[in-house]
Design a protein around this ligand. Structure first.
Ligand SMILES: Cc1ncc(COP(=O)(O)O)c(C=O)c1O
Length: 408
């Protein structure tokens, strides 16, 4: 029957993602694999009350079909937040609610990519985005990421050599998976390059508000002069991923097409949920909640970094993020993190991480892995890193047996 399936499915290998979820779900493992928020920090009672208030306040109408773009009052709040938290001035008409950031990525891919079209992704990048893009079968160009985000010099060279590139996907704030943040200088240079080469930028920023140290930087969209930056974010990391609610900010012409595409996919996001989030935002200052979770995540990040400093050998390198969910580890050249995970780390240390290859469009870089520090408590983080560090210690020098032979 498989031969009846479309190429986009047959060419789409999701086995790595399946494995990540399997390793995360196994209670025997200390899993640093999933990109999960700490569920103990969900404001469950406030959300329960918000659903009740929304249904009581809006009455029967809340259960009716409504606009594809989503509840106007909520879009206005997002527009206001874009101004205060991202230095981006937009109206509610330039905001559309989506089913998570994931749907927003899919919508932009659907808008932009014909089979074989050229696009830029960071290397490494968010594997869920690769899964979404893969179904449109683009030609990827991979640009490395360092402590200041995407390497702009490399991007310039690539755009010059491949003027057919249409789309650049970037995660500028507390990047998934490296945790690094793009400098303001690079953001400006990126927009200038997009203008020069007539490219759309997809700025994916679900971790933006989760800063634990350092100074805020305006969104890339702040520097947009020609309406070619599409900004997406989500309530998943700051409120709850189960709400499946994110948003897209785009200029008029792009927004018009995106609304049409979303309408064809699911008509609208669930109105009850949008009304409940709107009610939550009316009753609470979400920044108080973000401050609470940020305090907890800062402690967890610091605990993981302290454990890495203590237990990891000198020849293993890792990032020191100012926010977000992840730390990226680089092993010495030649070590395959996936083989190491399956043959040694899981069976001996019962620790899980996400190996690097599936986070690169090229699948070529094998000696790295992603660690999540938000979902576990400090003790478990420290224990897991200690176990992992023990496995990573350079192999003891094996003294040939002959050396021990008694000398006659
Ligand atoms: C960079 C990035 N973009 C988008 C998403 C999608 O999140 P959601 O669909 O839950 O909003 C994630 C989730 O991990 C992510 O890390």
């Amino acid at each position: 029957m498989k031969k009846l399936f479309a190429n986009r499915v047959l060419n789409n290998d999701t086995s790595d993602l399946d494995e990540v979820f399997k390793n995360s779900a196994n209670p025997e493992n200390i899993s640093f694999a999933g990109g999960f928020p700490d569920q103990h920090l969900f404001p469950d009672n406030d959300l329960k009350q918000a659903y009740r208030d929304a249904i009581e306040h809006d009455g029967q109408g809340i259960f009716q079909y409504s606009s594809t773009q989503g509840l106007p009052a909520l879009r206005q709040k997002i527009a206001d937040r874009m101004a205060t938290h991202a230095d981006v001035q937009v109206s509610a008409d330039n905001v559309m609610m989506t089913q998570g950031g994931q749907q927003a990525i899919d919508l932009v891919a659907k808008l932009m990519l014909n089979h074989g079209d050229a696009m830029v992704v960071e290397g490494p990048t968010y594997m869920g985005a690769l899964a979404a893009f893969d179904t449109y079968e683009p030609t990827y160009y991979e640009i490395p990421v360092d402590d200041n985000g995407m390497n702009i010099r490399q991007l310039r060279k690539t755009l010059k050599a491949h003027p057919e590139i249409k789309l650049i996907y970037t995660i500028p704030d507390f990047h998934n998976p490296t945790g690094t943040t793009m400098s303001a200088k690079r953001r400006q240079a990126l927009v200038a390059l997009a203008n020069q080469y007539d490219v759309i930028i997809l700025e994916d920023s679900p971790y933006r508000d989760l800063r634990y140290s350092g100074q805020n930087i305006p969104a890339i969209k702040h520097y947009d002069t020609e309406g070619r930056v599409i900004f997406i974010s989500s309530f998943s990391k700051i409120l709850s991923p189960a709400l499946r609610t994110g948003w897209i900010v785009a200029d008029d012409a792009i927004m018009h097409e995106l609304v049409g595409l979303k309408s064809a996919i699911d008509v609208q996001s669930p109105n009850v949920t949008l009304a409940a989030i709107n009610s939550y935002l009316d009753q609470h200052d979400i920044d108080d909640h973000v401050a609470t979770i940020s305090t907890s995540y800062r402690i967890k990040r610091d605990a993981m970094l302290a454990a890495l400093d203590q237990y990891f050998p000198q020849n293993v390198h890792y990032t020191r993020p100012n926010g977000g969910f992840f730390i990226w580890v680089t092993l010495p050249e030649g070590i395959d993190a996936k083989t190491l995970l399956n043959d040694v780390v899981l069976p001996q240390a019962h620790v899980a991480y996400v190996p690097s290859a599936c986070q690169f469009a090229s699948r070529k870089v094998k000696n790295g892995f992603r660690l999540n520090f938000t979902s576990l408590d400090v003790e478990t983080i420290t224990l897991g890193i200690k176990r992992l560090g023990h496995i990573l210690q350079p192999a003891p020098v094996i003294v040939p047996a002959a050396s021990f032979a008694p000398q006659f």
